[in-house]
Design a protein around this ligand. Structure first.
Ligand code: CTP
Ligand code: CA
Length: 219
């Protein structure tokens, strides 16, 4: 793997990634979100950078240190992430969708803080755009890499997702293993089949995904 990186397998490539959760406001001080530390996405951004790519990272709110030599575009909501991705995707060769995007946003969000004395609020939800499916469906789509965090039936659900979103490469992991941890155990799914990787640090998983991605691009 080391030799791979000495060769800068992604040199000259523009890579766009999303990472972290999104935050969907309920009122001025509250919101709903997904559980995501952002560690896998940031590790992958660093791996792409180390492989010679020019990297843009669209990130939801995380507690992580911004990677050096990576262009960071911070966002909060799924709609902001969608806008940021669509404005960047035209110049990208690869799109890697690691973010845990909230599937729904609050339709009846309140500008001001809700007060406890008022009636118990009813939160109405509406669906967010699917960023990965939108990018994969563009006429001049970049090479798209998706993630699937499932809590059961991992490989079936993940392969269904890969086909539904029409992405050539999908990284499947169990939510219970991945969430918040510094390590991960993933299976790469592509047209050739399933490629299980051993459990290792998220930095190592990131480098292994980059090595596989580079092979896909050169195929
Ligand atoms: N994704 C996205 N935009 C969304 C939802 C998901 O870009 N609105 C991306 C994620 O970044 C990930 C992939 O789609 O790469 C799969 O996300 P996931 O939540 O597992 O799939 P969903 O299609 O939302 O299905 P579900 O949550 O019901 O499993
Ligand atoms: Ca989802």
């Amino acid at each position: 793997l080391q030799g791979f990186f000495d060769e800068k397998v992604l040199s000259g490539k523009q890579v766009l990634l999303t990472a972290g959760p999104t935050f969907e406001p309920i009122d001025a001080v509250r919101g709903i979100t997904n559980i995501s530390s952002g560690k896998m996405g940031y590790a992958l951004a660093r791996a792409c950078r180390d492989a010679g790519a020019e990297v843009t990272l669209v990130s939801g709110p995380t507690a992580l240190t911004p990677p050096v030599d990576v262009r960071l575009l911070p966002v909060q909501s799924a709609q902001e992430m969608y806008q940021a991705v669509l404005s960047e995707v035209g110049r990208s060769d690869v799109f890697i969708s690691v973010a845990a995007v909230a599937d729904y946003r609050v339709k009846n969000r309140s500008e001001h803080k809700l007060k406890k004395g008022d009636a118990v609020p009813v939160i109405e939800l509406e669906e967010n755009p699917d960023i990965l499916a939108t990018v994969a469906g563009l006429p001049a789509a970049p090479f798209c890499v998706g993630f699937a965090a499932e809590s059961q039936n991992l490989l079936d659900f993940a392969e269904q997702k890969r086909q539904r979103k029409k992405v050539p490469l999908l990284v499947a992991n169990l939510a219970q293993h991945a969430m918040g941890a510094d390590s991960n155990e993933v299976v790469l799914l592509d047209d050739a089949g399933q490629h299980p990787l051993p459990a290792m640090s998220k930095d190592e998983v990131g480098r292994a995904i980059v090595a596989h991605l580079a092979r896909c691009l050169n195929r």
